[in-house]
Unconditional design. Structure first.
Length: 457
């Protein structure tokens, strides 16, 4: 009848648990306490250094009688009452003989406390040696561990098997990328939940030794064991690459391509820079005409490449780093450089000196112009301006003074990134706005150097 009573009460017991009042006496080491997940139905897991000679006590909070139950891998539904070896003094009940690696249900009236008690001395881990294979694997390293450490299992109230994590520390050196300091040393510590004789893991990026330390229970009792491997000489490689475009668009230059991408309006200057990890011996930047790099046009054996792009079209760039014998290589992301086709148009009206910052400089509108030469003449054929950068323009002055309103003329010779040649000419009209009274808002420069050049005046 008692068995059936405990079995039927389990569902309600999860919501009617007593406050933790469990302690242990007679043990020479501190108890390692674990708070398990709620779905186990357990209030605590206690890991004892050993259970020999150790008693469990429970301090009640009411005058109700207290009963201890014991269960194993069948779960709490099959718990058996412990009828011997329990004494009481006031509200403290003592279970004098602990059965190790078992679950306990302590019933006080309608409340119940659930716990599991593990005897670590029955599961003690030993570490005798660690070694790492130098098998020239590009991506993984195999670590062999000598020793012993089987699983430490426990069972939930419903009889589900769970395993306690040993949290064995595996430490080694590797490299990590820093935006300011390139590849920097990094100490890596990982936790192995279980003892494994063979550990396969990603290969470190530098020569290192592997250290095993633990487990967490032995570390808690200051009894942890540490083993260090032989020197592992890495062949694994990794690379970090980036591309920086120097120039920005001028205010009269049209963009080309997708915003944020490389390229655009030629000429474009781009610096490609890459850095490999310790085992990288061979460096190569590649340029291809297809994204799969089946048609490689250029190979440069260096980490930094500065390139000027003056031809329209799309090219693809990537960096490859490999170890001494070429058996391992790392490939960077692909950088796409898209240089747009050329375009060149010229305005024919502007109003210098009228409203500052508003249509007061004559400039061409252009894209991907790699060679440029512009001359500006007055109506009598006198040259008053010459410039070779399409980003420049004419502010309507000659020798520091504004010229008069009227018609002027430009001649342009240029070449685009797509090989297109431009020979343009046309007129430029300088206008002055007048106020309602008919006077010009900007006086005509009576010192115009060309006003008296007209033979008809």
């Amino acid at each position: 009848m008692k068995l059936r009573y405990v079995h039927l009460a389990l569902a309600a017991a999860l919501a009617l648990t007593a406050q933790a009042q469990v302690a242990f006496v007679g043990n020479g080491h501190e108890v390692y306490e674990i708070n398990p997940s709620a779905n186990t139905g357990l209030n605590k897991i206690f890991v004892l250094h050993e259970t020999e000679g150790v008693a469990m006590t429970y301090t009640a909070t009411t005058e109700n009688p207290v009963t201890f139950y014991l269960y194993g891998d069948m779960g709490g539904g099959y718990a058996q009452p412990i009828e011997e070896g329990v004494t009481a003094q006031d509200l403290t009940y003592t279970l004098h003989q602990i059965v190790p690696d078992r679950g306990y249900i302590i019933e006080e009236g309608t409340t119940r406390y659930f716990c599991w008690v593990t005897d670590y001395s029955l599961h003690r881990m030993t570490l005798l040696g660690v070694s790492a294979d130098n098998d020239r694997d590009c991506s993984t390293v195999t670590i062999h561990v000598e020793g012993e450490g089987h699983e430490i299992n426990y069972y939930t109230i419903n009889g589900a098997k769970r395993t306690l994590s040993r949290d064995i520390e595996l430490s080694y050196d590797s490299l990590q990328w820093s935006e300011t300091d390139y590849w920097q040393p990094k100490r890596v510590t990982e936790l192995e939940e279980k003892f494994k004789r063979v550990i396969v893991m990603p290969a470190p990026m530098c020569n290192t030794t592997f250290t095993l330390h633990g487990d967490r229970f032995m570390d808690f009792w200051n009894e942890a064991v540490t083993c260090e491997s032989n020197l592992y000489e890495t062949v694994a490689v990794d690379v970090h690459a980036e591309a920086k475009q120097d120039s920005e668009l001028s205010d009269n230059e049209k963009s080309s391509g997708i915003e944020g991408s490389l390229g655009g309006s030629a000429p474009v200057h781009i610096t490609f820079e890459a850095k490999g990890t310790d085992a990288v011996i061979h460096n190569e930047w590649q340029m291809a005409l297809d994204p799969d790099f089946n048609d490689i046009q250029l190979r440069l054996n260096q980490e930094v490449v500065e390139q000027d792009f003056t031809d329209a079209g799309v090219t693809y760039w990537r960096f490859i780093g490999s170890n001494s014998d070429g058996s391992c290589e790392a490939i960077s992301q692909t950088f796409t450089v898209d240089i747009g086709v050329s375009e060149l148009t010229c305005p024919n009206v502007f109003s210098p000196g009228t409203s500052e910052g508003v249509n007061d400089i004559w400039k061409v509108s252009y894209r991907s112009i790699v060679d440029f030469h512009c001359w500006i003449f007055n109506r009598w054929g006198n040259q008053i301006k010459e410039f070779t950068d399409p980003a420049d323009g004419w502010d309507g002055t000659y020798r520091g003074k504004l010229v008069g309103p009227g018609v002027y003329y430009y001649v342009i010779q240029a070449r685009g990134s797509d090989g297109k040649n431009y020979k343009l000419s046309g007129d430029i009209n300088i206008i002055r706005y007048r106020d309602p009274n008919g006077s010009s808002t900007t006086p005509v420069n009576t010192d115009d150097p060309f006003i008296h050049d007209d033979p008809g005046e």
